[in-house]
Design a protein around this ligand. Structure first.
Ligand SMILES: Cc1cc2nc3c(=O)[nH]c(=O)nc-3n(C[C@H](O)[C@H](O)[C@H](O)COP(=O)(O)OP(=O)(O)OC[C@H]3O[C@@H](n4cnc5c(N)ncnc54)[C@H](O)[C@@H]3O)c2cc1C
Length: 286
């Protein structure tokens, strides 16, 4: 099927884009990499009157070192994230999760911020970004505001971005020297995650005692989740199978994962425990 007819605009500044969004209200839709929006339009699940293409806005592009944090602009593709030495060195978990997103074709068009704005709970980048305490930078007619990841994802495909606003960047604290691992559970390669576990771990020595752990869950609810209880319980534990298996097995407690052809909720809770153990051990270098 082809999309319903729409007008098209390609602004070259954030100000111009916001002007278009203000002018057309909820009849406008932002286009970034198009890898989720175009399938939605083609299936006629949405029929906006105008598409505002933000890929020609230079001020949205690029990855910058801001001292304690790394800023990833909304116009940055997954491939540019993968090619970035800054991301590889300081945000290993983001780098590992992005390698698991779809395939090279999609990664050359899709953007990390587009995926965050789309907020598909099965998307691979929400949980790692949440786990690393990212801040989302949103710009609108009333100026700029910053929203922590923990307040950004509201529900299925719903975020704190209001009509007329743009996500302009994600700012992530550096986790230099942390170990990290993204465990993606799929039935078929390149598929969306049935479950994904994002783990970043700081140990006193490789495979040693866990000093800090950060864990994000993909597709274990309507939004990406943080496993704070498990994170806290892991502190002070040696990074060994015996020491952490029981703790990680509780990661599904209190979650409400989907039940579908890929697995029932209880099955997902069980598998999440196994994957969390694997991810934490891999991240700890054990
Ligand atoms: C075949 C296929 C396989 C895929 N597999 C995976 C996978 O395994 N894992 C995974 O995580 N993803 C997967 N994806 C999705 C991919 O990651 C998309 O790129 C991503 O979900 C959306 O990013 P985008 O830049 O393409 O955004 P778009 O499709 O352009 O936009 C997505 C939505 O976000 C809004 N939006 C985009 N940018 C902004 C912004 N800056 N401010 C405000 N609103 C904005 C748009 O209006 C739209 O509603 C797959 C996609 C395809 C087509």
């Amino acid at each position: 099927m082809i999309p319903a007819q729409f007008d098209y605009a390609a602004p070259t500044s954030v100000e111009e884009a916001l002007g278009l969004l203000a002018e057309h209200g909820d009849d406008a839709k932002v286009l970034s990499g198009g890898q989720s929006l175009l399938p939605v339009l083609r299936m006629r699940l949405n029929a906006p009157g105008i598409i505002v293409d933000i890929t020609r806005i230079e001020e949205l592009k690029g990855i910058t070192d801001e001292g304690d944090t790394i800023r990833i602009g909304a116009g940055t593709t997954y491939q540019e994230v993968l090619d970035s030495d800054l991301v590889r060195e300081h945000l290993g978990l983001v780098h590992k999760a992005v390698t698991e997103v779809a395939d090279p074709q999609i990664r050359h068009r899709g953007t990390l911020c587009g995926a965050l704005a789309h907020a598909d709970p099965a998307g691979d980048v929400g949980a790692p970004v949440l786990a690393l305490d990212a801040q989302m930078v949103i710009q609108g007619p009333d100026g700029q505001r910053t929203v922590p990841g923990s307040e950004f994802f509201l529900d299925l495909f719903e975020t704190a971005i209001n009509d007329g606003e743009l996500l302009t960047a994600v700012v992530i604290p550096k986790h230099t020297g942390w170990g990290s691992h993204y465990e993606k559970f799929v039935r078929v390669s390149h598929q969306w995650a049935i479950i994904g576990i994002a783990a970043a771990v700081r140990t006193d020595s490789p495979g040693g005692v866990i000093a800090e752990a950060k864990i994000g869950l993909t597709n274990m609810g309507n939004i990406p989740l943080r496993a704070r209880d498990v994170e806290a319980a892991l502190v002070g534990q040696p990074a060994t199978e015996d020491a952490i298996a029981q703790i990680c097995a509780q990661v599904g407690e209190g979650t409400d994962p989907p039940s579908d052809l890929n697995g029932q909720a209880d099955y997902r809770r069980h598998v999440a425990g196994v994957l969390t153990r694997r991810a934490v051990l891999a991240a700890a270098g054990a």
